[in-house]
Write a protein that binds this ligand. Sequence first.
Ligand SMILES: [Zn+2]
Length: 266
Amino acid sequence: MKKISLGIITLLLASPLLATQVIASDDCNTVRAKYQCSTQKHKLHLSFDDGVGSVTPKILDILKRENIKATFLVLGNKVDCKKHLAGTKSLQLCKQRFATLQRIKREGHDIGSHSYEHYHHSKLSPVELTKTIMDSRRILEPYFTTEPAIFRLPYGDGMFNQKEQPQVMEALKKAKFFHLGWEMTAYDWNEKYQHGDQILDNVLGQLCGNGKKGRNGVVLFHDGVFENEHEGRVFTANNLARWIPKMRCVADFKPLLFFKKNLKKK
Ligand SMILES: [Zn+2]
């Protein structure tokens, strides 16, 4: 008996992956019961908006450890380092963000545009609309990972209201972007949910349906804060490692192209 216990302990110490699975399986019945999940696993893809932020490397570390490929929708202005003056702190921070953008690409995640400025795109003049879209392409083009390149509108403005404001989606189409929406949202930008596991509750509530029909697809998180040049979504970065094993109880993580058959890897 003593020998077997020691064997298990050795195995756990030797294999961090196995340790994650063992911890997760202990919690999984509780997770399934809490969100009334079916026994069949859902399919999920993580996406992050408003970066690059100072917390993005922490998120990349977690994704690497968990062997998950995600999608980052980057704001062009966060990595446009030419606009900063030489020798300034803001240039130094921009260079750090730029290095993180390179790391996102190197580690095999998908990258798309979240425009250059975080504007309400339906409120822009035709000239301003084209400018912010094309400025993001100018900065991010070498880092796009798909053909066509993906774009996600800030606030979904121009997507939700495309019947009334068709010019936004038309401008994206003209600029040869594919608009990436989302099936679920974590509401992690909203401070009222930044306590305990309320953000996980938001995601798994939508995924499993809380007794109603659940969903599959892309979930919207944030790694950046668009108003703040450098900081990111600290709460998300600090808690993601704890949430992923619980998501894994009820969902398999899939790459973006699993859901978007019209996209090709660039
Ligand atoms: Zn945004």
